[in-house]
Structures are given as C-alpha cells and as structure tokens.
Design a protein around this ligand. Structure first.
Ligand SMILES: [Zn+2]
Length: 92
C-alpha cells in the first residue's frame, strides 16, 4: 500500500492510499469533487529496518482493512502480568 498525494486548487493536498502502481492521474476532491491532479513526491523509503516498515504497513492497513473477528478473545488468551507485587494488592 502506498500513499499518493493530490492537490485540489481550492482545498489543498489530499492523500489517498492505493496499492503500488495503481495511482490515478487525478482523484476527486472529498470536499468539492473537483478532479485533483496528482502531486509527485519523493518516496518515503528511509523508514528504518524491514521489521519497522512491516509494522508501519500493518498499522496503516488496520485503518481501512481492520481484522474481523467473530467473537471476543477468551479470558485464557489474555496475557496475565507476573509481577509478584500485584499479588499483594488488596482484592475487592
Ligand atoms: Zn476541493
């Protein structure tokens, strides 16, 4: 997924996420629906290691493609803290 920028003459820059290589020459402005021409910018390649880039891509994907679950997680799946100080706290 890549972020492409377009510039509306009236409303300024807008960003659209599309798969790489599928950017259109213009996108309709979300405010006025006027075709906004594409703005070419330097690619953001220096984002650290491949692991960091994968994390950033996964995080960005959750905005428009969130994981769908059929049920809430079970209580056993929730990780418990193993701090011994927590055992000494008063219980309700
Ligand atoms: Zn506009």
């Amino acid at each position: 997924m890549a972020i492409y920028q377009y510039r509306c003459a009236e409303h300024g820059l807008l960003e659209v996420a599309r798969p790489i290589g599928t950017a259109a020459d213009s996108e309709p402005c979300p405010d006025c629906a006027t075709p906004a021409p594409r703005v070419f910018t330097a690619p953001r390649l220096a984002l650290g290691s491949a692991r960091n880039r994968a994390l950033i891509d996964r995080t960005a994907r959750t905005a428009d493609q969130p994981a769908v679950v059929s049920a809430p997680p079970s209580r056993r799946a929730v990780p418990q803290a193993h701090d011994p100080a927590l055992a000494r706290l008063p219980r309700p």
